[in-house]
Structure formats: structure tokens, C-alpha cells
Ligand binder design. Structure first.
Ligand SMILES: C[S@@+](CC[C@H](N)C(=O)[O-])C[C@H]1O[C@@H](n2cnc3c(N)ncnc32)[C@H](O)[C@@H]1O
Length: 276
């Protein structure tokens, strides 16, 4: 994997990559589609234990991909809307809703257009796992979340910890991969060239470029606070739903952790914030 600065529209390259990934992900073991159709929730224990009750709530899921989590939230009783900028992902989400016999609305739009395209007055805005690195401006993101929420409404985010971007990933001694060797503070976008699909590693992607922003934890919390949201908690966790660093060990059907011998590090975090 290499990173440089992109010369063309950064979001267009990302969209092409995400469009290619939809069919691969729908068929992958990583997303556990069969289990979802059999009645299992796709939501992981961190999210399920922290989000609180969604039953009867108007909920907006930002960057919903092909709708698995949106539909799991609908199954829990939320009046759910999923938003994603990939037309293929939205079509797959609508098909999945029909297959699962669940009711949810899906909107094809960029996060930057969420209030205009998905509407406002939501009780909950939700976003999780692998979302923020695709967004150029967290100030815009947070102001849009605030605009979408009704007064008293809640925002919940679970995300990979930005410290994982700084770790060594090429050492032959696996436990050494948890040493900091790269900058935490990096101006984006960084252009990555990586044909590897995170859910289906055997597939080589044609659209191997992506443009990503390495937002720090401080930026995330500050953007939400500046948009008028009161932070209720910021939790750091020792596990993550994907192996962000080579050598991470699968501990159950939801998470990977650092191997024995590696120093304990935060690998993910979650934030809950509320509009006054
Ligand atoms: C890792 S996935 C979503 C996370 C979800 N937990 C999952 O794995 O299904 C990231 C999603 O963000 C979407 N995305 C990326 N940039 C976006 C943007 N600017 N506006 C809306 N959606 C975007 C992609 O299409 C993709 O579906």
C-alpha cells in the first residue's frame, strides 16, 4: 500500500471503488448475510450495548452501505432511513429490505447533502465502522448531523481509532506491528493504492485508488461540540470489527484484537452526543 496526494476529484474515485465493492460484499462471509436473513442482528455488542432503545424512533443511518445495519435497526423497531452515495449500495439495500421483509427508506446522496436529501427531525443519527476517513470536512459533517436531528435528538458513532493509522504494518514479528511509526497528524486527502478488498481479500479490485482523510479523535469530538452537540461519552475499546493491523487475532464473530505480547492500545472508539 502506498499513499500520495490525489490530483483529481477525490470523492469520484472513492465512489467508483465503493460501487465495485457492493456485489463483492453482499456475497462475502465478512458481512454474514445468511445469518442476517436468518434473523441475527448485524449490529455488534459495542453498538448494541451503547446505542440505547431505538424502538419507535426516527433514525437516520449515515453511510449505510448496502443497508445491513439499517435493516437490523429497523428490525429492532426503528423507523429507519439509510443514506449512502453509492447507487449500487442503495439498490442492494432496497433489494435486501424486500428479501428480509423489513420496512426502511433508502436515500442515495452524499453525507454533505443529508439534510436536503434525507430530511430533518430525526430522534437518532447513527454511523459506524469505517465511515469518517471518506469525509473531507468534519465541520460540515457535524453541522449536517445537527441539522438532521430534532431538538433533544442523539448522535451515535462507533469507529476505528485513528491511532491504528500510525502503526507499523510490515514487521515480521507480529507484536511489533503495534509500534507507532507513522504520523498521527496528516493533512488529507491521502491517496492510497490498494487493490485488496477488506471483506474478500482474494478479490483484486479494478478501482484500486482511494482518497482518505486521517481525522484525529480531537477533530471528531471538537467538530461535534462546535456544531452544538453535547458529548455524553467518548469510550475507547481494545477491539475492532476488521484486522486493521497485520497480526490482529479474531476473538469472536464480531471483533479482532491485538495478539498476546502486543501492548494494549485503543483500536476503536464510540461517541454519543445530544442536540440541546
Ligand atoms: C465501510 S462502509 C459503511 C460502514 C458500515 N458499517 C458497513 O461496513 O456496512 C462506508 C460507506 O460509506 C459510503 N460513503 C463513502 N463516502 C461517502 C460520502 N461522501 N457520502 C455518502 N456515503 C459515502 C460508501 O459508499 C460505503 O458504503
Amino acid at each position: 500500500m502506498t499513499a500520495t496526494r490525489p490530483s483529481d476529484d477525490p470523492l469520484a474515485a472513492n465512489l467508483a471503488r465503493w460501487e465495485e465493492q457492493v456485489d463483492i460484499h453482499v456475497g462475502s462471509d465478512f458481512y454474514r448475510m445468511k445469518e442476517f436473513l436468518g434473523g441475527e442482528s448485524s449490529l455488534d455488542p459495542i453498538v448494541l450495548s451503547e446505542i440505547g432503545t431505538v424502538r419507535g424512533k426516527r433514525l437516520l443511518h449515515l453511510q449505510c452501505h448496502f443497508g445491513l445495519d439499517t435493516l437490523s435497526l429497523a428490525r429492532e423497531g426503528a423507523e429507519a432511513t439509510g443514506l449512502d452515495f453509492s447507487p449500487k449500495a442503495i439498490a442492494a439495500a432496497e433489494k435486501l429490505a424486500r428479501e428480509a421483509g423489513l420496512d426502511a427508506r433508502f436515500v442515495c446522496a452524499r453525507v454533505d447533502d443529508a439534510p436536503a436529501k434525507a430530511g430533518t427531525g430525526y430522534d437518532i443519527v447513527f454511523s459506524s465502522w469505517g465511515v469518517l476517513m471518506w469525509l473531507p470536512d468534519l465541520g460540515v459533517w457535524a453541522r449536517n448531523i445537527a441539522a438532521c436531528l430534532a431538538p433533544g435528538g442523539m448522535f451515535y458513532l462507533a469507529e476505528g481509532h485513528p491511532i491504528t493509522w500510525t502503526f507499523e504494518d510490515e514487521s515480521e514479528r507480529i507484536e511489533e506491528n503495534f509500534r507507532i511509526v507513522r504520523s498521527y497528524f496528516l493533512e488529507g486527502p491521502q491517496q492510497w493504492e490498494n487493490a485488496h478488498d477488506y471483506a474478500e481479500p482474494s478479490v483484486a479490485l479494478t478501482h484500486f485508488r482511494s482518497n482518505e482523510w486521517q481525522h484525529t479523535l480531537g477533530e471528531v469530538v471538537t467538530a461535534l461540540a462546535e456544531a452544538g452537540l453535547a458529548i455524553e461519552f467518548l469510550h475507547e475499546h481494545d477491539r475492532l470489527p476488521w484486522p486493521a493491523v497485520p497480526g490482529m487475532v479474531r476473538v469472536d464473530e464480531h471483533y479482532f484484537m491485538a495478539p498476546d505480547g502486543a501492548p494494549a492500545m485503543p483500536l476503536s472508539y464510540s461517541v454519543k452526543a445530544r442536540k440541546a
